[in-house]
Design a protein around this ligand. Sequence first.
Ligand SMILES: [Zn+2]
Length: 84
Amino acid sequence: MPKSLGEIVRDKLDASALPREEPVKLWAGNGRGEPCTVCEQPILRSQVEYEPQYAGRAPIRLHIGCHGLWQAERRRRGYLPNDD
Ligand SMILES: [Zn+2]
């Protein structure tokens, strides 16, 4: 059975493939066909790409929905402050 996106987010957070920390900066723009760090599907030009920037690690790229799942899981685990 394929994993749900929520499970993928949890696995990638556990494996540090997804960062726990807040990015230094969050860019958003049109997709460029690059794969999403969560679902590994390309982010199409017709879609919005979120690109959290980190010092000392390659930027990650996420669909809006995948970004939302990542945020939600980090909040659930207490990696993020609750007041944003
Ligand atoms: Zn995605």
